[in-house]
Design a binder for this molecule. Structure first.
Ligand code: UP5
Ligand code: MG
Length: 190
């Protein structure tokens, strides 16, 4: 029998650009399963284990959680799902994350959706969210922006050089942004 490799799209962009919001729309419309690395880590964090304490300390500072932990959570989620189409939201966040994913999961993304947004808009969206996230305060947002440009942009550049990046402006309403994203996915179905 043929083994189907999962289809994977990485959805990247700075804090508050709308990754989670757009992934929800894409999954509703195109049947992709949405895996938010941040949500998986926050769930693990609330488990109150030793790992949980480490995760919350790193998230509070806007730093990146060790690759093995995030990749393990993503691997478990992919394995336990019936789906074969995944949106991976907010991962890989650094080249080390990317290499660990390649090594363990062994699947290249179809493409990378990069939500691009000016920093002042990102800050306003994060601070306006008000969901009680421990990293949604001005100090941590500044750190998240710094980590994004120092460590995540190099991952986007890596895929850009491979011709795999679809850059979409995150400006405009949720509907307007989704209408720009829609054509990227309408060609993929199975
Ligand atoms: N909003 C959305 N779209 C809008 C629009 N077009 N117009 C107006 N408002 C819009 O949106 C943010 C807010 O803006 C919401 O209120 C929304 O309604 C509004 P959202 O869709 O939540 O944006 P998103 O890009 O998902 O923002 P988020 O804050 O989740 O991004 P981050 O990348 O900062 O957070 P994430 O959860 O991915 O990671 C958090 C932390 O976890 C990281 O800093 C890191 O410490 C850790 N982490 C890792 O270590 N490794 C990982 O692999 C992943 C996370
Ligand atoms: Mg999010």
């Amino acid at each position: 029998s043929k083994i189907k490799l999962p289809w994977i799209t990485f959805v990247l962009g700075g804090p508050g650009t709308g990754k989670g919001t757009q992934c929800q729309r894409i999954s509703q419309t195109f049947g992709f399963t949405h895996l938010s690395a941040g949500d998986l880590l926050r769930k693990e964090m609330s488990s109150n284990s030793k790992d949980g304490k480490m995760i919350s300390a790193l998230i509070k500072e806007g730093n990146i959680v060790p690759s093995e932990m995030t990749v393990r959570l993503l691997q478990e989620a992919i394995k336990s799902s019936q789906s074969c189409k995944f949106l991976i939201d907010g991962f890989p966040r650094c080249n080390e994350n990317r290499v660990a994913f390649e090594k363990i999961i062994g699947v290249e993304p179809l493409f990378v959706l990069f939500l691009d947004c000016p920093e002042d808009i990102m800050v306003a969206r994060v601070l306006g969210r008000n969901e009680g996230r421990l990293d949604d305060n001005l100090d941590t947002v500044k750190k998240r922006l710094e980590v994004f440009s120092n460590l995540n942009l190099p991952v986007i550049n890596y895929y850009y050089e491979k011709g795999k990046v679809q850059r979409i402006s995150a400006l405009g309403t949720v509907d307007e942004v989704f209408e720009k994203i829609r054509p990227l996915f309408s060609s993929f179905s199975r």
